[in-house]
Ligand binder design. Sequence first.
Ligand code: UD1
Ligand code: CA
Length: 477
Amino acid sequence: MGTSALGTSRRKAVVIMAAGLGTRMKSQLIKVLHPVAGRPMIHYSVRLGLQLGAERVVVVLGHQRERVEAYLRGAFAGEPLFFAEQPEPLGTAHAVSCAVPHLAGFEGDVYILSGDVPNLRAEALAPLADLPGALRLIGMAPRDPAQYGRLVREGDALARIVEFKDCTPAQRAIGEVNAGIYAVNSAFLFDTLGRLGRNNAQGEYYLTDLVQHAHQAGLGASAHVLVGDAAADLLGVNDRVELAEAEQRMQAHLRRIHMRAGVSFIDPARSYLHDGVEIGADTVLEPDVALLGATRVGANCVLEQGVRLVDTTVADDVIVHAYTLSEKAQIGAAAHIGPFARLREGTILGAKVRVGNFVETKKTTMGEGAKANHLSYLGDATIGAKANIGAGTITCNYDGVNKFQTHVGAGAFIGSDTQLVAPVRVGDGAYVGAGTTLTADVPDGALAMTRAPRRTIEGWVERKRQAREAAQKSKTE
Ligand code: UD1
Ligand code: CA
């Protein structure tokens, strides 16, 4: 059996450190709840821990503990998630020791991650399973090693990590640094944590001191160092600049996944996707499309410029024309929506529906092939299959206190500029004349209209002009 098979079969637990202050965010909101691709950053760390197959994921929290815990309990209900409190941020080793009570009886590898590294994915962690030693870590050699802890080697062995603030000038020149991602043998970890001091430049309990202990005890420490572009996935978020960089990196990653699955992006950098959005093959995204929340788009669709879909389900072969906004709606196969349409919560559009410019829908169902092509408000309504809603039709669904339903039957024809005063029903195949204010039901197949009788007054304009001129003359004389 190779080391790889041995490595991956070891039991795993995960500790996620997230009790730091995050002051550089300059925010009321704790750092790990700031979103990247629509999810709080810490979501990605917890999800990664579970993907690794961890028996337990322990999250160490301090500030806004209740808020973070409430979010994670909701997002990962039923998963083996535990919460530890670090009352004061006394350093990374102290943070991990706060998690230890939740690891009682565990034997295997304890993976230690941070809650602020949203682009870290399982591929980057894979080498940890195969490295030798009681402590294994992922390092990086970035162009600017900045203030990261330096990896000090003795020959091939990793001898210790020296924090930037504790470094000699020679140590500062080391290009290999600690990314803060570890796999540690549990017995070694539990045994050693309590023996670490805080005699250093920051007066903190340094988790990185474990390296020296492993090396000196002959248990071994090792590092897998990522170089070039791959190292950028390891970068933590400390301020809004790094938050924006992490977001861009995540966006590029999500786009690549969709493109490889058959989705076309006309101008990739000008789209915005949330994590978890689904898009079918042969769908095309024009510039400035945003797909957010639990949105799912089918195959062979066109999303034109400026389309914003939130929690929206789109079937196959749909065209969403430019600048359409949709929230909590469903769009049926081969429908054409927009430009400038607004679909609100509870909109359910059947196959081949047409919803055109400046049409707003809310809690409205439209049957297969129904049309509302221009300038309408359809709220609390059911529109039958193949019904035609004329330009300027509105449902008067609200009397200032209560909402009422409108029903338009299959194949009905609603003339332009009609007000459907709810509650009201238009029967199957019925017609409503243009300009009607409809306050009572229309039977199947009937015509209804309300229209003031027309008057025509011949010569009125000329008589009016003469009267005006006469009045002007008498004033100037
Ligand atoms: C740490 C490492 C450093 C490494 C760097 C990578 C130590 C001593 N140093 O630096 O070698 O290059 O990470 O990013 O570990 N945290 C707590 N409680 C605390 C302190 C920190 O939960 O008391 C959490 C933070 O929220 C964060 C993580 O631990 O998620 C790392 O802390 P941070 O202060 O960013 O890292 P450094 O200690 O500067
Ligand atoms: Ca620190």
